[in-house]
Design a binder for this molecule. Structure first.
Ligand SMILES: [Zn+2]
Length: 346
């Protein structure tokens, strides 16, 4: 059997002169957007990719978990690119376009609370239309936690409605019956949409990049409306009542105490939490991910001087209570650690 030797750049249409291709990765809190993005970055072969990470909280945790060089990574934090910091999105895309070294592809990861619609219109309803090529909206769905009612958030449904490709992620955690139900539900929202099953975001890149699935013409009629009232307020964030609580400390946590906080005291209205944790009796950093009622803590090499960074996202969170609880988990004294920056090959 002759094995076809196809490289990724063979799959990609030659970059149209009309503009830099852009893929938008969206999907609800904890669905696996950053894991998918890491998979793309690890398999992008020769493609020069710039990535733009939008984080809801004021600490950008995701960007610290990505296998990407700093110079190809742009961060927008403390707001949402679909509304509150929409103009920063345009400015940041211009930064990428104006770079001397040519970028082949731009991938944007939205917050889990973003509405893809205004972002699509930002690319189609501004000057970016001639400078970029919106390739597809990729919506990641957590097969385990997603049910029509679960999020009680219109945003999760709009992310599917405006998705060109729906990645049904974490299928290893659910049975075939649940997957079928989800696929039928998604097709009710958007008939004919491309659905790809995955776990850990392991999707062939040829299904994700250079697919040319965003049909610009269906949005044309809505652009004028968008341009007229572009000053859209962050209505969806207020309406949904989501807030982000950030916590940072230069003192390490006591592992026992923090685990007790996570298991016993974590407020029920916390939907999502993520962090880079420093424990007093542990050498490595620990990546903390909580989504719904499932959490993971994984050890990993420090990339920075040890410190604690944590972001909790949920409805009507009591910031003071959370800060107090987390401060109680810290060791009583600061700890000086000799730290040498690891040699990171890029
Ligand atoms: Zn928004």
């Amino acid at each position: 059997m002759t094995r076809l030797n196809i490289s990724l750049s063979d799959c990609l249409p030659t970059i149209p002169k009309t503009g830099m291709p852009v893929t938008i990765i969206t999907g609800f809190l904890g669905s696996g957007k950053t894991t998918l993005l890491n998979h793309i970055l690890e398999n992008k072969q020769g493609l020069k990719v710039a990535i733009l990470i939008n984080e809801f909280g004021d600490i950008n945790i995701d960007s610290q978990l990505l296998v990407s060089s700093k110079e190809n990574m742009l961060e927008l934090s403390n707001g949402c690119i679909c509304c509150t910091i929409n103009e920063s999105l345009v400015e940041t895309v211009y930064q990428v376009l104006e770079r001397e070294d040519r970028i082949d592809y731009l991938i944007i990861e939205t917050t889990g609370l973003a509405d893809p619609f205004p972002i699509i219109l930002t690319f189609l309803g501004t000057e970016l239309k001639t400078l970029t090529q919106l390739d597809s909206i990729v919506t990641v769905v957590d097969s385990e936690t997603f049910t029509p009612k679960y999020f009680d958030s219109n945003i999760a449904l709009r992310q599917i409605k405006y998705g060109d490709i729906i990645i049904l992620n974490k299928i290893d955690r659910v049975d075939e019956k649940k997957i079928k139900e989800l696929e039928n539900f998604i097709r009710e929202i958007k008939a004919g949409v491309r659905i790809v099953r995955s776990h850990y975001g392991q999707v062939p890149l040829a299904l994700l990049l250079g697919v040319g699935l965003t049909q610009e013409d269906i949005y044309i009629s809505q652009i004028r409306e968008f341009q007229r009232d572009r000053k859209s307020s962050g209505y969806h964030i207020e309406n949904d009542g989501f807030v982000a609580v950030s916590f940072e400390s230069d003192r390490p946590f006591e592992l026992q105490k923090l685990e007790n906080f996570i298991v016993e005291q974590m407020p029920h209205n916390v939907f999502r939490a993520k962090g880079i944790l420093w424990f007093s009796d542990r050498e490595h950093r620990h990546i903390f991910q909580l989504s719904g009622n499932r959490y993971e803590i994984e050890a990993d090499e420090w990339q920075t001087k040890p410190k604690n960074q944590l972001v909790l996202i949920g409805r009507n969170l009591d910031t003071e209570f959370i800060h107090k609880q987390l401060t109680n988990c810290l060791t009583s004294h600061s700890q000086n650690i000799e730290f040498v920056l690891p040699d990171i090959p890029f």
